[in-house]
Design a binder for this molecule. Structure first.
Ligand code: FMN
Length: 282
């Protein structure tokens, strides 16, 4: 085991990243076929039951290919200033973890959009016990990496350009906010007993917020990755984060490098629908 893997031995997430050394045969992201606009919306596609309201009307698209319709839609969106015109279904299909970024600042307003969208996530009892530490620019993100991946360990790190991401958003959950909220009269769990909770909703909500941040980055034409906070005590010390907040993970966002490569984990492939979807009964 090399230095970084040893140091982060307790963190399976980073261990995997450290193990995943660059492979010359891995196809660069730029050369990989990316999902096409409209894919998944066409009859016969993996998902053909939903229509996004941002798609062209049905009668119109019947006569024109869905791709042309999407292109026109994108151009119109760009002209009227509605983001980059990426259809929601495309955002979902295109999203993948990007771990290598250009050392290039985000467009104005992008960080705010990503964080504001993450704030719009659902929360149990509308408790909203999720908070964000936003680090933008090399000075702020540098302090994160100094705490999380100090210099001696960087040479072994499999994703050196992860450290170039111009934006890091650490998503933190605050369990007490949830226990207090559910002790209110409309919920009634006045004993604040954690055993009542089917699953820790504070972490569920953090995951929902993080996913919104990831999708927002894609919608802005950027890439993003969610990863664990490897050294929680070091992170707390560096940013004076109180113990009662749990850093659930960090979203890095920025412009993907052309040589970004997927994690080896993705070679497992997505499990087929029939294996994971149980209709009517298990
Ligand atoms: C809870 C969670 C923790 C993750 N932690 C890490 C991590 O520490 N390091 C990493 O490189 N990727 C991490 N990932 C990304 C997964 O490896 C990735 O989502 C998975 O391989 C599927 O790839 P895709 O998201 O590109 O489709 C994490 C994802 C989730 C949901």
């Amino acid at each position: 085991m090399d230095g970084a893997a040893r140091r982060f031995g307790r963190c399976r997430g980073l261990q995997a990243a450290v193990r995943e050394k660059p492979r010359p045969d891995l196809t660069p992201a730029a050369a990989r076929p990316s999902p096409r606009c409209g894919e998944g919306l066409l009859p016969g596609g993996p998902l053909h039951t939903t229509r996004s309201p941002r798609m062209a009307p049905a009668g119109w698209s019947a006569g024109i290919s869905a791709r042309l319709a999407c292109t026109l839609h994108s151009v119109l969106c760009t002209l009227v200033g509605r983001g980059n015109g990426v259809d929601f279904q495309d955002v979902v299909v295109k999203r993948r973890m990007v771990r290598s970024f250009e050392a290039k600042p985000l467009p104005a307003g992008a960080a705010q959009r990503i964080v504001d969208n993450a704030r719009r996530g659902p929360s149990a009892g509308f408790a909203q016990g999720i908070e964000f530490l936003v680090l933008e620019g090399p000075e702020e993100t540098g302090r994160y990496w100094d705490a999380e991946l100090p210099e001696p360990y960087r040479k072994d790190f499999a994703w050196p350009h992860l450290l170039d991401a111009p934006l890091l958003v650490v998503v933190l959950s605050h369990k007490l906010t949830y226990l207090r909220r559910y002790a209110e009269p409309d919920k009634g769990w006045t004993d604040m007993d954690e055993a009542r909770w089917p699953v820790p909703y504070w972490h569920v909500d953090a995951g929902m917020a993080a996913l919104l941040a990831l999708l927002s980055a894609v919608d802005l034409g950027l890439g993003a990755c969610f990863f664990s906070v490897y050294d929680v005590p070091g992170f707390r010390r560096a940013f004076a984060v109180p113990d009662e907040y749990t850093p659930v993970g960090t979203v890095a966002a920025g412009y993907p490098r052309a040589d970004d490569r997927p994690s080896l984990s993705t070679r497992r492939g997505r499990r087929p629908r029939a294996e994971v979807v149980h209709r009517g009964a298990w």
